[in-house]
Design a protein around this ligand. Structure first.
Ligand code: BGC
Length: 757
């Protein structure tokens, strides 16, 4: 190659990057200039208005504040509202936007927020379930589709992803997050943000995302929702904050703070979290919306005297927008006038809000999300295909004795039993946005679609699970007495080659405010299972669940167990794909399944304690009536094929600080079917300036192999993977020995060691 040409080839990428950089810089400067100039003409009242969010009067997701429609309409006309939530449809958002744009003095468009958590109209698996796929591309794709559908309904801002680490299956909101691990949750956060926001927020198919709930909400004591959180700095920084830091770095447009008290300070009133860490250390430039009424709730916490006091605390702490709390509306203007709050704090909050609105392109066209044609252009069939694809990838096979699964052609007489067998609503899950009630493919339908005329499929419900009204805000009544359907189910089971038993949780057993002290099979389900088992042991238990369940009896007795979460619109077809072997299951648990609820909170990345074991007496950290470890550990999931790990190798035994070390392992498909494995890398820092978890996920890769085929998987361990928030309260990798572990779950691992110099 000629020298000149070589130079050109080498320079080209550099030129492109710097050209891109300067474009980005100028567009950032552009936005900042626009924000500043707008701010300079705003009155104090108008500024405070930008810091307020009202809910529409339908689809309430929190305690209603009464009928204030008339008054709120007036506020909109005066341009004294920054955003609305739960206002849906192109028509409704258009109407609200027009109130501002056609009447107010400075015409700052509204943002419309909505909880698009796992799909908007097309429903995907609940987030905990989807995480079990470990497939980041799939997760990004479902967020992209959710954004597209939501945007076509007038929404330009989702309150997702929820990235609270949760280790307690009693907590109903565990279904909304990515489980118990900070590394996995961080990667999911990035994928989701990419999916919702795309490369450019001003693309009308993108919507702003929200990292929530900042912070600690998933550590609610005893798993009781909204409860106090007791964690120290070590846990906060090493476990709770990493996904939020990843979200901030990924450019998430907004954060939502949290309901909980964190070590004595309500998160909403925490300057440490919001101003010092998020806006300070992480230098993040988006805005923070409060959780529903969480500013006002500081009165209930006994942290604020009244609404005005709550507003003062929240604004000083760095909460930029008040969701439905009325505190900023009541107090902020006067607080500034009385000199109790510096107007510079208001300016900072408003700038943050305006910045996001500019980035969304709302000033160029406030009606860009109000296109009545947009919904017609959506290819819902294509979205359903994606829903089926991600749903099958999210299914976790926990047990498969004597290869009962996949069901083979000889299963001519199949009976599908259980309260969830023909339930078309539970797969839609909680936080269902515009997912239509009863619109999912049920397990029975999926099985019938799959077998066609090749087998006889009978159905018996056996019993009800949830009874009466089922809705977002109302408690769910569980059937604990009516067993009148048992006989028909038992009779049907007697005659069958195989029983597909569909048990688990109703959609409204998990989600916000759905904490439980019991996490076994609710109502009469356990009894139903045992009665069926008494007459036919060939049972495939298909669980639909939003949390880890206590299924110890089933694990001992039932030959095949499948975790099918709440998988969304195409649930039944996806389950049938797995049951009949059209898809070889590849999901892995993002949370530990306990042996008993008394183990909760249960998580794999625990610390050692000073008394890890003592074979001679009881004086060590253990239960006297149950084992310590999970029934099914984090990262666990079977396949219809088998995988073998061998040749774990490190590129060196010592690692220089700032350098990398490579770890490689050979993975072989030793079974007879093509299959996909999630190869997991874990590390342990053996001695450090603070105690460290005995094992922590630090990498993973999805590998698909034909029978007999092998692949060497290599992970690169850089210093950043070894860093933690240490005794000096800084992120650093400390010299010393590290253990490397690689395997297909967090328990069965090959190990090696290296030293960081
Ligand atoms: C929840 C948030 C949600 C908000 C708006 C609150 O009750 O905690 O996660 O985004 O309501 O619906």
């Amino acid at each position: 190659m000629k020298k000149g040409l070589l130079l050109l080839v080498c320079l080209f990428p550099v030129l492109t990057t710097s050209a891109q950089e300067s474009n980005i810089k100028s567009s950032v400067q552009d936005v900042e200039a626009k924000v500043d100039s707008l701010l300079s003409i705003m009155t104090l009242e108008e500024k405070v208005g930008q810091m307020m969010q009202y809910s529409g009067t339908w689809d309430l997701t929190g305690p209603a504040t009464g009928d204030q429609n008339q008054y709120r309409e007036e506020r909109l006309k005066q341009g004294l509202v920054g955003s609305m939530l739960n206002v849906l449809s192109v028509d409704a958002t258009l109407e609200a936007q027009k109130l501002i744009m056609e009447n107010s003095r400075i015409k700052i468009p509204l943002m419309f927020g909505y909880d698009v958590i796992h799909g908007h109209r097309t429903m995907f698996p609940v987030p905990l379930g989807e995480t079990a796929s470990w497939d980041l591309e799939a997760m990004e794709e479902t967020a992209r589709i959710s954004a597209l559908e939501a945007a076509a309904d007038g929404v330009n801002w989702t309150f997702a992803p929820m990235i609270d680490i949760s280790r307690d299956a009693r907590w109903g909101r565990i279904m909304e997050g990515a489980g118990e691990d900070p590394f996995l949750t961080s990667r999911v956060a990035e994928a989701k943000i990419r999916g919702y926001q795309g490369d450019d927020l001003s693309n009308p198919a993108s919507i702003a995302a929200t990292a929530k709930h900042f912070a600690g909400y998933g550590f609610a004591e005893a798993g009781r929702d909204y409860n106090t959180v007791h964690v120290g700095d070590n846990e906060l920084h090493n476990t709770i904050l990493p996904p939020f830091k990843a979200a901030a770095k990924a450019g998430v447009a907004t954060f939502m703070n949290a309901f909980n008290d964190l070590d004595g300070t309500p998160a909403t009133g925490s300057k440490y979290l919001q101003r010092d860490i998020l806006k300070g250390d992480w230098n993040w430039d988006g805005f923070i919306v409060s959780d529903w009424g969480s500013i006002a709730e500081m009165r209930d916490h006994g942290f604020a005297e009244d609404l005005t006091h709550a507003a003062e605390i929240a604004v000083k702490a760095g909460s930029d927008m008040d969701m439905e709390g009325g505190a900023y509306e009541t107090g902020l203007v006067n607080l500034v006038k009385e000199g109790k709050v510096d107007e510079a704090l208001i300016d900072d909050a408003v700038k943050r809000v305006l910045r996001v609105k500019f980035k969304l392109g709302l000033f160029e066209d406030p009606y860009r999300y109000s296109d009545p044609e947009a919904i017609k252009k959506i290819n819902f069939d294509e979205h359903r295909q994606v829903a089926r694809d991600v749903a099958k990838k999210s299914i976790v096979l926990l047990k498969n004795e004597k290869n009962l699964l996949p069901l083979v052609a000889s299963a001519k007489n199949i009976v599908v039993i259980g309260p969830l067998a023909d339930d078309k609503d539970t797969p839609i899950g909680n936080w269902r946005a515009q997912g239509e009630a009863n619109s999912a493919v049920s397990i029975l339908e999926g099985v019938r679609n799959a077998v066609g005329k090749n087998a006889k499929v009978t159905y018996a419900k056996g019993a009800d699970l949830g009874m009466g009204e089922r809705s977002f805000l109302k408690p769910l009544k569980i059937n604990t007495t009516d067993k009148s359907g048992f006989k028909a189910a038992v009779d049907a089971a007697k005659k069958a080659d195989v029983v597909i038993l569909a048990l688990g949780e109703d959609a409204f057993q998990s989600g916000e405010g759905r904490s439980q002290v019991n996490i076994g099979l609710a109502g009469v389900q356990q009894e139903l299972m045992q009665e069926i088992y008494a007459v036919n042991k060939n049972i495939v238990l298909v669980l639909q669940n939003g949390r880890p369940l206590e299924i110890t009896w089933a694990a001992e007795n039932i030959p095949a167990i499948v975790v099918a979460w709440q998988l969304g619109t195409e649930s039944g077809n996806a389950i049938a794909d797995v049951l009949f072997g059209k898809y070889n299951p590849s999901g892995k648990l993002p949370v530990s399944f306990p042996r008993a609820v008394g183990q909760e909170p249960l998580y794999y990345n625990q610390k050692m304690t000073g008394r890890p074991s003592n074979p001679t007496d009881v004086t060590y950290s253990a239960y006297t009536d149950e084992r310590n470890d999970a029934l099914y550990p984090f990262g666990f999931g079977l396949s219809y094929t088998t995988f073998e790990y061998s040749d774990l190798q490190l590129s060196a035994e010592e690692m220089e600080s700032g350098r990398n070390i490579e770890v490689s392992v050979k993975l072989t498909n030793t079974g007879s079917k093509k299959g996909k494995e999630v190869v997991q890398l874990y590390l342990r820092d053996l001695v450090a300036s603070t105690t460290r978890p005995i094992i922590e996920l630090k990498g993973f890769e999805l590998v698909e192999l034909e029978p007999g085929a092998s692949k060497t998987v290599t992970f690169n361990i850089g210093t950043e993977l070894l860093e933690f928030y240490n005794a000096n309260k800084e992120w650093a990798a400390e010299p010393g020995q590290f253990e490397v572990m690689v395997g297909g779950n967090s328990k069965d691992l090959k190990t090696a060691k290296f030293r960081l110099k």
